[in-house]
Ligand binder design. Structure first.
Ligand code: AMP
Ligand code: MN
Ligand code: MN
Ligand code: MN
Length: 303
């Protein structure tokens, strides 16, 4: 079902991590879908931001779309992998540069290790083929491996590729201990950004555990939580909105768009329930969103 398109999409990926679109192509697609505010939030890297911003400043798009520099940081909360997005970060500050460098070497080691394991499972040269043509410094995640396996016809879907080869206990799985949530929030803050708990509904945890997670994130200084995503049911949005209000968090919304044909699209179903204050309406952060004609939160009111 498709309802309430928003022109604001605060969670997307490019080829700098596991997205299929180059930063330029993503910006072009976003504009063609009517997006006025697009956050680039690649996994553990800021590499795609400069190219996306440069594309948005070219004559044909000038003044039509604001690129919000972001990042999606991988963290570990006990045994669960939790993603913390940062919005309005400064990609050029020392803290962020050091973070990106460190994650790149960790990710490179892990992806090479995954490649070696999958070679043994019938995928010769998988790592070389995945990284061929990618700009130096791109992050390779399990998402890249899933796409490759699917495109080789060895899985019926990305989900199937995860189930067969990539999830914990499968041949291509390499365990990694990511940083603590507190550290991720701190890095985002030191880079001048807003910390957002990404896709809270996607973690396979009980509601009680989710509350523990939100409490921990809040105490670490996190400001917002994603309450809207393309495929999220209204009842789930409402529950997430209730949690936002209870824990004093702002609401964010993002498609987490990676590629075509995934039941996710830029701007789809991203309206934020009325009881939550969206990050772009909170006085502290509102000024960071440029006023662009057509900007609409999807709540039915132009802002
Ligand atoms: P990694 O950070 O290397 O563990 O890879 C995580 C990425 O893989 C996520 O950002 C998604 O893009 C993708 N992913 C994770 N789980 C699934 C799944 N079950 N089906 C499809 N893609 C997934
Ligand atoms: Mn991904
Ligand atoms: Mn994520
Ligand atoms: Mn994401």
């Amino acid at each position: 079902m498709r309802y309430h398109d928003s022109t604001i999409d605060l969670h997307t990926h490019t080829t700098a991590s596991d997205g299929a679109f180059t930063p330029e192509a993503l910006v072009e697609r976003a504009r063609s879908k009517g997006i006025t505010h697009l956050a680039i939030t690649d996994h553990d890297t800021t590499l795609g931001i400069a190219r996306a911003m440069a594309r948005a400043k070219q004559d044909d798009l000038l003044g039509q779309i604001q690129i919000i520099p972001g990042v999606e940081i991988s963290t570990s909360f006990k045994t669960v992998q939790i993603h913390i997005a940062g919005l309005f970060i400064d990609p050029d500050c020392e803290v962020m540069k050091r973070f990106v460098e460190r994650q790149l070497s960790l990710r490179k080691w892990r992806a090479e290790e995954m490649g070696r394991k999958l070679e043994g499972a019938g995928f010769p040269h998988i790592y070389e083929e995945i990284t061929e043509g990618l700009p130096e410094g791109s992050i390779v995640t399990r998402g890249n491996f899933a796409r490759y396996i699917y495109e080789k016809g060895k899985a019926k879907s990305f989900e199937d590729a995860f189930n067969r080869y990539l999830r914990r206990g499968r041949v291509g799985y390499v365990n990694s201990q990511w940083m603590d949530i507190q550290e991720a929030v701190e890095i985002i803050h030191q880079a001048g950004g807003i910390a957002v708990l990404a896709h809270p509904r996607r973690y396979e945890i009980t509601n009680g555990r989710l509350r523990t997670l939100i409490t921990y994130f809040r105490e670490a200084g996190g400001e917002a939580m994603e309450v809207a995503a393309c495929q999220m049911k209204p009842s789930d949005r409402d529950f997430m909105a209730t949690l936002c209000v209870q824990y004093g968090l702002l609401g964010s919304a993002g498609s987490d768009f990676h590629h075509e044909g995934s039941f996710r699209e830029l701007g789809w179903n991203l309206s934020i329930p009325g009881k939550v204050t969206p990050v772009f309406e909170e006085p502290r952060f509102k000024g960071r969103f440029e006023v662009i004609p057509g900007m609409n939160s999807g709540r039915g009111t132009a802002i």
